[in-house]
Design a protein around this ligand. Structure first.
Ligand code: GLA
Length: 728
């Protein structure tokens, strides 16, 4: 192959390179992607891996050691094998034959782009394929824009974002899956010959079962710090499909919106944009992929990713729906005394004709329940002000109950099949609003808009979503568009969120969906954080948060200290352990502080003070996972380090305890081996009685290659430690 290449780096001068170029090298700080394309031909992946220079590209073709594959295979001609796109033309033809007509390199505000335009040889049909290297990151993303340039509708039968070829070797897939209260469990399996499909068809909460992300090792079992790993994450909040195809000695990842039961009619002149597939490649194991995604997320894919979060108390597990002015005031006073900065009133505050006292009624009626809150929201924001903290509120704006004034007035606004009974969810009455309808979009926007304009002191909104799409049908969409509900719902949701963010850029939004149902980068660009799970048992949270940390950063991970015994599992967990777990994410509390003993309050106050000290390390630093809870060893451990490694926060937990049991040393891979670190116990069980490591100065080399003998400190069941390391 003739080699004329263009290096897309961050050096503007290189943009003068010839348009005739055939091999495009798109580079991030540590990785490169090479795509070959000639006019009249089809784009082909040549390489994705550690960063290579211009000079390396010749060798790439000489050795052929890397993968090569059609970058956007279309169904219809020479058609065996997996495809990224399949369509039905107005004349019934299902063939597409795309040839490249233009290649363009360009930039947008946060990255370098390569855009390849492909046109069908016969039909007026255009696909633009995008590749984007995000500045100051190690993420490259890809997506397409599909345009019908004809006069009649074209049916899109499959419209994946990408089809990425990888090396077939001893590959493993590492991904997280789960269910309510048990989200984001890590599963790591060898990739068998045939097809592995990670998908979702829930409608609204696509992280409910399998998160729209996967890591794939190039050779051998997934390791935390070693080995080559590919990672990808689909930036979409609706039904998705990631298909890993291991056939014919090759490996492909085909990812995009789940096209099953979602045929999309592309009208004349309409363009359909597929969601971005964000990708990373690491030679430092899974840890490298996670750190690449966390850094990128803080910069590009999570709202306010550079600002540390407030420490909050949420009312849910403390009082459930029994909210009222006096209790809210008391809780605000208590969290302020403990050092908290924000109070969030959860479910139960609204409904007039149908007051919300349980989950049977009122969703949709976002007016204050005057019996519970005679002074309204202003009474609550006044309390918050009195205690010097901020105030937040819970809403579930995409929903209604069939017992609500909203449903009485607008029964046509819910998703439904006109000629069938309505299936009702939570509380026996919950239904989903039809966000494909612009009027409903306006209404959903108005809920937030009214709250924030009438009560500008509201600083935080917990946006919940507690139902799947159970009634597949829209009274708004015409018959020909009914098959697009799963897609158009999320386009509608995105429009609403965009309007909210345009008008209220500073309000803090939490994405909650019955716990962790919406942990995805489809919605997170609009949200500051996600509710990780309705399971707040610190012991189980170690597994859940470990799973989420594969792709999602600690700054977005809401982790709350709740009561013991835990309301979901009944497990008794010491307060110190509960804090030491919650301190690895965005720390909060979710209990009735009135029920805490004086001793517990004293501990909580110290722990909150310590968290404030390490908050920038946890929330803005790099994560190093040290001992996995999934390895079923007696302990689990992780650490965060600032990017210059001058400070770190270290956590270890005793998961299993037998007398004289062997406990591994924990090697602190995130320290700088050329520095010495002073160790400080952040959460001594008793004030003034820190653990044995406190006050010691240990070199980075020893911490990294010998490690800490945490077993000698964690000498009882359910013990834990939180340490700060300060470079000397
Ligand atoms: C969902 C959320 C909880 C709580 C309740 C309120 O289950 O995940 O945190 O807000 O709804 O009804």
């Amino acid at each position: 192959m003739k080699i004329k290449f263009l290096v897309l780096t961050f050096v503007a001068a290189l943009f003068a390179v010839s348009l005739q170029a055939e091999d495009y090298v798109l580079s991030t700080e540590n990785t490169s992607l090479v795509v070959s394309v000639t006019k009249g031909g089809k784009p082909v992946y040549q390489y994705y891996g550690p960063k290579i220079s211009d000079a390396d590209v010749n060798g790439l073709f000489a050795s052929r050691v890397n993968f090569s594959g059609d970058a956007y295979p279309a169904f219809g001609l020479n058609s065996s094998g997996e495809k990224a796109i399949a369509v039905e033309m107005p004349d019934g033809s299902m063939s597409l034959d795309l040839e490249t007509t233009a290649m363009e390199r360009t930039t947008d505000k946060n990255g370098q782009l390569l855009v390849i335009t492909m046109k069908d040889k016969v039909y007026p049909f255009v696909v633009k394929q995008y590749f984007k290297a995000y500045n100051q990151s190690d993420i490259i993303s890809t997506w397409t824009e599909i345009t019908n340039e004809g006069k009649k509708d074209v049916k899109l039968l499959q419209f994946s974002s990408a089809c990425v070829p990888l090396h077939r070797g001893n590959n493993y897939a590492s991904h997280v899956h789960g269910s309510w209260g048990c989200e984001s469990y890590l599963a790591e399996d060898p990739i068998a010959n045939g097809q592995t499909v990670l998908a979702d068809k829930e409608g609204l909460r696509n992280a409910w079962s399998n998160n729209p992300s996967v890591m794939i090792t190039m050779n051998g079992q997934p390791q935390e710090n070693e080995g080559e790993v590919f990672g990808c994450n689909l930036l979409w909040s609706g039904n998705y499909k990631i298909k890993i195809v291991a056939e014919n000695n090759s490996l492909q990842v085909i990812a995009g919106i789940n096209e099953e039961t979602s045929t999309y009619s592309l009208s004349a002149k309409e363009t359909f944009k597929t969601p971005e597939l964000a990708m990373a490649y690491s030679t430092e194991g899974k840890g490298g992929i996670s750190r690449a995604f966390h850094r990128w997320a803080r910069q590009y894919a999570l709202m306010h990713g550079d600002k540390v979060r407030d420490i909050l108390l949420n009312s849910w597990e403390g009082v459930y729906m029994n909210v009222n002015q006096d209790v809210m005031d008391q809780m605000m006073g208590d969290i302020a005394k403990l050092g908290g900065e924000l109070f969030v009133m959860d479910d139960g505050w609204f409904g007039d004709k149908y007051p919300r006292n349980d989950d049977h009624t009122s969703l949709g009626d976002w007016m204050v329940n005057k019996t519970k809150l005679p002074q309204g929201i202003d009474g609550l924001t006044a309390s918050a002000k009195k205690y010097g903290i901020k105030f937040g509120i819970w809403i579930e704006p995409e929903m209604a109950n069939t017992k609500s004034e909203l449903f009485d007035n607008h029964p046509e606004w819910i998703l439904q099949q006109k000629n069938r009974p309505i299936i009702q969810g939570r509380g026996g009455t919950q239904v989903v609003l039809d966000l494909t309808n612009p009027k409903v979009q306006d209404y959903v926007f108005s809920i937030t808009d009214k709250l924030l304009t009438q009560h500008p002191d509201i600083a935080y909104i917990k946006w919940d979503c507690n139902a799947p799409i159970m009634n597949y049908g829209s009274t708004y969409l015409p018959a020909s568009k009914q098959s697009e509900i799963y897609i158009r719902y999320h386009m509608g949701l995105r429009k609403v969120l965009e309007r909210i963010r345009a008008k209220y850029p500073n309000v803090v939004l939490q994405a909650c969906a019955s716990g962790g149902g919406r942990i995805n980068y489809g919605v997170l660009p609009y949200f500051d954080e996600f509710w990780t799970s309705d399971d707040t048992d610190a012991y189980q949270r170690l597994f859940i948060q470990w799973g989420d940390s594969q792709f999602y950063p600690a700054i977005g991970m809401a982790a709350h200290v709740s009561a013991s015994p835990n309301h979901q599992t009944g497990r008794q967990v010491p307060l110190k352990f509960r804090f030491d777990v919650a301190m690895t994410g965005r720390l909060g509390m979710e209990l009735q502080p009135k029920s805490m003993s004086d001793e517990e309050r004293e501990f909580a106050t110290r722990a909150i003070t310590s968290y404030k000290e390490i908050r920038p390390i946890v929330q803005l630093g790099d994560l190093y996972r040290l001992v996995s809870p999934y390895d079923h060893l007696p302990i689990s451990s992780l650490m965060y380090a600032t990017q210059d490694r001058s400070r770190a926060a270290f956590f270890a937990y005793r998961l299993d305890y037998l007398y004289n049991q062997q406990v591994p040393l924990v090697r602190l891979t995130g320290v700088d081996e050329n520095r010495n670190y002073l160790i400080k116990d952040l959460t001594p069980q008793q004030a003034g009685k820190p653990c044995a490591f406190d006050g010691k100065v240990v070199s980075g080399k020893i911490l990294k290659y010998v490690g800490l003998e945490v077993g000698s400190v964690l000498e009882r069941p359910m013990t834990s430690m939180a340490l700060e390391l300060i470079a000397q």
